[in-house]
Design a protein around this ligand. Structure first.
Ligand SMILES: *Cc1c(COP(=O)(O)O)cnc(C)c1O
Length: 233
C-alpha cells in the first residue's frame, strides 16, 4: 500500500485540479457543476478516503473488491464507494453488498449476477456499462456492437438502476486517441438513449492525464487518482 499524502498537499492538489476542471469547462462553455470529481483511492490507505470526505467530496472510487473490503469499514460512514475496476463474476455478491455503484459492468452475465445479488440484498444497485470505445486490446469493457443487447438486458434487471456509461482511454495514442474514445462513448450514449427511450445521464470518462479531452467531449464524471494523491508506486 502506498503511503498517504498530507492534508496540506491534498488540498493543494485539489485546488489545482479544480482549476483544471474549471478551465476545461470554460473552454467548452460548460457549467463547472456539470462535472463530478470522483477521487480514486486505490493503493492508498483509508486515510485517503478521509481526506476526500473532509474536503467535502461525497464518493470515492476503488478498483478492486478485496482492497475496498478492508478499507470501507475504516472510512467515513457517509462516504459512497464506487467500483471502477474489472469485476470477476465470482465477486459479484461481495461487490453488490459493498459498493454504492458499479461502473465496470461489461457483460450480460455480470448484469444478471449483480441483479440476483442486489435482489437478495433487497437493494437497488446503480450501475454503469463499461465500453472499450478506444479499442485497446489490454482494456476491459464491452464492444459498441454489443451495446443494444446489453442495454436490453440491463433494462430487464429490476434490481439494477442503469445510470450511464463508462470508458477508459486507450494506453497508446496519447490525448488524440483518448479524445476519439470519449467522443465515441458520448455518441454511443446518445444513440442508446434514443433507441432505449431511457435517460443515461452519466458519462464516466477522464482521468488525471486526459480530463481536459473528456470534459470537452461531455464527461459528467472524472475519476482522478494521481493528480490528487500523487503517483502510485
Ligand atoms: C486508477 C484509475 C483511475 C485514476 O487514474 P489516474 O491516472 O491516477 O488519475 C481512473 N479510472 C480507473 C478505472 C482506474 O483504474
Amino acid at each position: 500500500m502506498d503511503s498517504c499524502i498530507s492534508e496540506y498537499d491534498f488540498r493543494a492538489n485539489l485546488s489545482a485540479l479544480k482549476d483544471r476542471m474549471a478551465d476545461a469547462c470554460d473552454r467548452s462553455g460548460r457549467d463547472p457543476d456539470s462535472v463530478i470529481l470522483l477521487p480514486v483511492t486505490k493503493t492508498h490507505p483509508a486515510e485517503a478516503a478521509w481526506l476526500a470526505h473532509r474536503a467535502g467530496l461525497s464518493a470515492v472510487g476503488e478498483n478492486r473488491v478485496q482492497e475496498a473490503e478492508g478499507k470501507i469499514p475504516a472510512g467515513p460512514e457517509s462516504l459512497r464507494w464506487e467500483l471502477i475496476g474489472h469485476l470477476q463474476s465470482n465477486k459479484t455478491r461481495q461487490a453488490a453488498a459493498l459498493f454504492h455503484r458499479i461502473q465496470s459492468v461489461d457483460s450480460a452475465k455480470l448484469l444478471r449476477r449483480l441483479n440476483d445479488a442486489a435482489t437478495e440484498l433487497g437493494k437497488r444497485l446503480p450501475v454503469l456499462l463499461q465500453f472499450n470505445t478506444g479499442g485497446d486490446p489490454g482494456k476491459f469493457g464491452a464492444e459498441a456492437a454489443e451495446a443494444d443487447a446489453l442495454l436490453e438486458t440491463a433494462l430487464a434487471c429490476p434490481a439494477l438502476q442503469l445510470d450511464g456509461l463508462m470508458t477508459i482511454a486507450p494506453l497508446e495514442g496519447g490525448r488524440e486517441a483518448a479524445r476519439r474514445a470519449f467522443a465515441a462513448l458520448r455518441e454511443l450514449r446518445d444513440r442508446l438513449q434514443a433507441s432505449g427511450g431511457v435517460p443515461l445521464p452519466v458519462l464516466s470518462m477522464g482521468m488525471s492525464g486526459d480530463l481536459e479531452e473528456a470534459i470537452a467531449e461531455g464527461s459528467t464524471l472524472i475519476r482522478v487518482g494521481s493528480a490528487l494523491y500523487g503517483q502510485r508506486a
